[in-house]
Structure formats: structure tokens, C-alpha cells
Design a protein around this ligand. Structure first.
Ligand code: AMP
Length: 304
């Protein structure tokens, strides 16, 4: 099933309790695509960067097998999306230090005609109007799933609620689910979001795993257990989870509950490699064999 993603391609500055990384390559679309490409190729990217996009970031993205970059617009007179964040001691919580929207404030990127047969659409974190614009270009889609973030819940709530009426699924953090619904229980919050439109919701709970609330049932997956030295930078873990999840569904060619349950496990295992380094380096240094080995380990650890 042809898979397309739109979202941010960003320049990130990340502070953790023990280290700081400046201007590393990130963005919701980049993490998603790098993760999904382990499972299904090509992953079609729709996004934009500015003239300040570092050459090494471009080289890194171009080096990832299985990405189609035909829909990546390079706008020389514009600024690339940039984000800074700081993690607190438990690494499950962070605050945004700055967001420079850059190209996100301009017209959305164009979609190449060669992408028209895309059937799985992932709307990674971006302005809900940009997400909606993209969605409307794919009336024949089979599955549309979105992610969102505190910023958009704060500044574009109306647009977000309109988007919920048109998507099939939402992947969201526990804190953002609570912000959206004012309900702290993730299952009850997911049910409240389903009332707003999507037919399933996945709530990510950091190192407490994730829960899928779907019309055909509920599924849970624990986080992959990592020691403290395996958690260097959680940035992009949520996008990588979504990439593993959607990549698995694209490969399976099936959007039923069982496929989603298996996809949650692949999402978890794929995201565990993002946590080990700053930026996209963790995913880029991972091989398919390492992913398969960790999946076997995860299945035996998580067995009930
Ligand atoms: P995650 O840690 O999975 O929530 O994803 C963080 C990534 O999303 C970083 O690489 C950021 O560049 C990007 N990002 C941060 N804030 C936003 C936002 N408001 N919209 C879109 N992407 C964002």
C-alpha cells in the first residue's frame, strides 16, 4: 500500500539533563519517514525546507534507503522549521524552548503527480491546516492517520477539531490527550477523542508504552525496556513509533485491528533505536537485522 507522509523537516536544538545538541537534523516528517522505511519502501515525503537547511542534514536524509524525496521542496529564500526543547530529569517530560515556523507559515508544499496513488496517509505533526490541505488531495485514501502537539492544540484548536472529522486515526501523547480532553485517564481520553471523529486513537505514554482504543477492541504494548544509558534523547520517538506502526501496516497491506496491534509492537521497537542518540543518527545507524533481533527480544520480554 503506497505510503505518504507530510510534516516538518526541522533543525532541532535539544537539552537533556546531561547534554545538549545544537542544530541536529529532526522534524516530525523526517523521523517518521526514516522509521517507516525499515518496513516499507518507498516512503513518499511531502515537505519543505529553507535555504538555511544544513548540507549535512540533506546528506543524511538522502542517505536513507527507501525514501522518495520528489515531494521535498527546497525554498532558497525561506527559513527551515526550527525547534528547541528541554527534557526534565525523568526524560518523559519536556518543555518547548522555541518554535520557528519558517516554511510552515508559507503555502503548503506541492504534491507530485507521481504520489497520486498513495493509499496510506500520515499527517505528522504540523499546522492542522497544512494537514487538512494535504488530506483533501487524497480522496481515494484507505487510511489517514494524524499526530498533533501542544502548540497546535493551543493555537489552532478549531482547525484541529475540523481535521478530526476527516481522519481515521490519531496518534497522540498522554499529556496532549489530557490537554485536548481535560481527562487524565488515557483510555477515557481516547474514547472522548473518538467522539470527535477518528475511529481509533493511540495514546503514547513514554516509557509506560502505548494503548490503542479501536472500535474492535483495546490493545496495549509496553515500552521496550532500556537502561538509562540507552536513553540519550527522546526527541522523535513518537514520530518513529508512528513510522514503525504505519510502515508495518503498509507492508502488511491490511488495516484491521490485528495488523494495528502488530504495528504497535514494530512502532515500539523502531522507536527504541531513536532514543539512543541525538537527531536521526540512532535510526540511521540501525540495520534491519538489529531491528529484527530486537523485535524477537521484545516478543519474549512482553509475553503474557
Ligand atoms: P516527538 O518527540 O516525537 O514529539 O517529535 C519531535 C520532533 O517534532 C522534533 O524533531 C521537532 O522538530 C518536531 N516538532 C516540534 N514541535 C513541532 C510542531 N509544533 N509541529 C511540527 N513538528 C514539531
Amino acid at each position: 500500500m503506497p505510503l505518504l507522509v507530510t510534516g516538518t523537516i526541522g533543525i532541532d536544538t535539544v537539552h537533556t539533563p546531561t547534554a545538549k545538541a545544537e542544530e541536529v537534523s529532526g522534524g516530525s516528517c523526517a523521523y517518521f519517514a526514516a522509521a517507516a522505511a525499515f518496513h516499507h519502501a518507498p516512503v513518499r515525503i511531502v515537505g519543505a525546507v529553507g535555504g538555511d537547511w544544513p548540507k549535512d542534514h540533506a546528506a543524511l536524509l538522502e542517505s536513507i534507503d527507501g525514501l522518495c524525496l520528489e515531494g521535498l521542496e527546497r525554498r532558497n529564500d525561506s527559513k527551515t522549521f526550527a525547534w528547541g526543547g528541554r527534557y526534565f530529569d525523568n526524560m518523559n517530560q519536556r518543555e518547548t524552548l522555541f518554535t520557528e515556523l519558517g516554511v510552515l507559515e508559507e503555502a503548503p508544499p506541492k504534491v507530485p503527480a507521481s504520489y497520486n496513488d498513495s493509499r496510506l496517509i500520515f499527517l505528522a505533526n504540523s499546522h492542522p491546516s497544512v494537514q487538512m490541505d494535504l488530506l483533501h488531495k487524497f480522496p481515494d485514501r484507505q487510511l489517514a492517520v494524524a499526530d498533533t502537539m501542544d502548540l497546535w492544540i493551543n493555537i489552532a484548536r478549531e482547525e484541529l477539531l475540523a481535521l478530526f472529522k476527516e481522519i481515521d486515526g490519531l496518534i497522540i501523547n498522554d499529556s496532549e490527550a489530557e490537554q485536548l480532553t481535560e481527562i487524565s485517564n488515557p483510555i477515557t481520553a481516547a474514547r472522548a477523542i473518538i467522539e470527535m471523529g477518528p475511529s481509533f486513537v493511540i495514546v503514547k505514554k513514554g516509557d509506560h508504552g502505548a494503548v490503542l482504543v479501536h472500535k474492535d477492541g483495546i490493545a496495549v504494548v509496553p515500552a521496550f525496556p532500556l537502561d538509562a544509558d540507552g536513553v540519550i534523547d527522546p526527541t522523535g520517538a513518537g514520530d518513529s513509533f508512528a513510522g514503525g506502526f504505519m510502515g508495518h501496516i503498509a507492508r502488511a497491506g491490511n488495516i484491521d485491528f490485528e495488523s494495528m496491534q502488530e504495528g504497535m509492537a514494530w512502532g515500539t521497537v523502531t522507536a527504541s533505536f531513536t532514543l539512543g542518540s541525538f537527531g536521526l543518527d540512532g535510526l540511521c545507524a540501525t540495520t534491519r537485522d538489529q531491528l529484527d533481533t530486537r523485535m524477537k527480544e521484545f516478543k519474549s520480554i512482553a509475553k503474557v
